[in-house]
Design a protein around this ligand. Structure first.
Ligand SMILES: *Cc1c(COP(=O)(O)O)cnc(C)c1O
Length: 255
């Protein structure tokens, strides 16, 4: 849920028995890759076309390091303060050079400077006003910021993001903003309804095709699919899935 602020674990799963937790992370990763590969095959795609973000917002830096050891190379955070805490953790581990972090959550304008230059991709640009603000700060920092427009495809009220019509209307403008590179679209599907999730992801992909024509940009990234619906998302064309619980939580039931 968009509004749920994850609680920061004081004692994460890594504290009790790091070796056991690492073994869990490795086994679970194998299973996730297997499920992802089956989903890719069902839709005639290759697993190489699908990237995976381990969403680390509910775990601490120790768990992130173990996840790195288990093979994850890219992480997603939804709060700038948490991002900063994770980056401080990474700095303790020289072998984590090259780790990728993406911003996937609500970004307030006064926090933009905390993420600029620290993330590979911002998934959660929900308004053109925010895009303009990121652009002007990117210009002053001398960086180019890669981003996605977050679209509320399903129209669920609790979800944020552009409506598809707003995205159509504003895509050309945001794609042309200085020091900004529009890489594609992101969405979240309503929970617990596989059919609606499929329609949502399919709608996102169709919208992306339209926006390619409108903007003349390649828009290579389709960011959709979470722990409970990533297999559907891959079948519908996701190029980047964002997995939290199924990566880090031994109690998550991976179907
Ligand atoms: C928390 C979160 C995820 C991961 O959700 P899970 O269901 O735990 O896999 C993905 N995307 C966004 C934007 C999130 O906030």
């Amino acid at each position: 849920m968009q509004n749920t602020v994850p609680t920061q674990p004081q004692v994460g799963p890594a504290t009790a028995d790091p070796d056991e937790y690492l073994a869990f992370l490795r086994d679970r990763r194998e299973l996730i890759l297997q499920r992802a590969s089956e989903a890719a095959r069902r839709s005639g795609r290759d697993l190489d076309q699908v990237g995976m973000l381990a969403v680390s917002k509910t775990v601490g830096p120790d768990e992130v390091y173990l996840a790195w050891q288990a093979g994850y190379r890219a992480f997603g955070e939804n709060r700038p303060q948490e991002l900063r805490r994770k980056l401080a953790g990474v700095a303790q581990h020289p072998d984590m050079a090259g780790v990728r972090f993406d911003m996937i959550g609500n970004l307030q304008k006064n926090k933009i400077n905390m993420v600029l230059g620290n993330v590979t991709l911002i998934h959660s640009v929900r308004s053109t006003e925010l895009a303009r603000a990121i652009s002007s700060r990117s210009v002053s920092h001398g960086v180019v910021t890669h981003f996605l427009m977050e679209v509320n495809v399903s129209g669920e009220e609790s979800k944020s993001g552009y409506t598809p019509d707003q995205a159509r209307a504003d895509a050309e403008e945001v794609a042309a903003l200085p020091n900004m590179q529009l890489d594609g679209l992101m969405t979240m599907a309503p929970k617990n309804d596989p059919d609606v999730a499929r329609e949502t992801f399919n709608g996102l992909r169709q919208l992306e095709e339209e926006l390619r024509t409108r903007t003349g940009r390649p828009l290579p990234v389709l960011s959709c699919g979470m722990s409970d619906d990533f297999q559907i998302a891959i079948e519908e064309g996701a190029t980047l899935v964002r997995l939290g619980r199924t990566v880090f939580d031994p109690h998550h039931d991976l179907k």
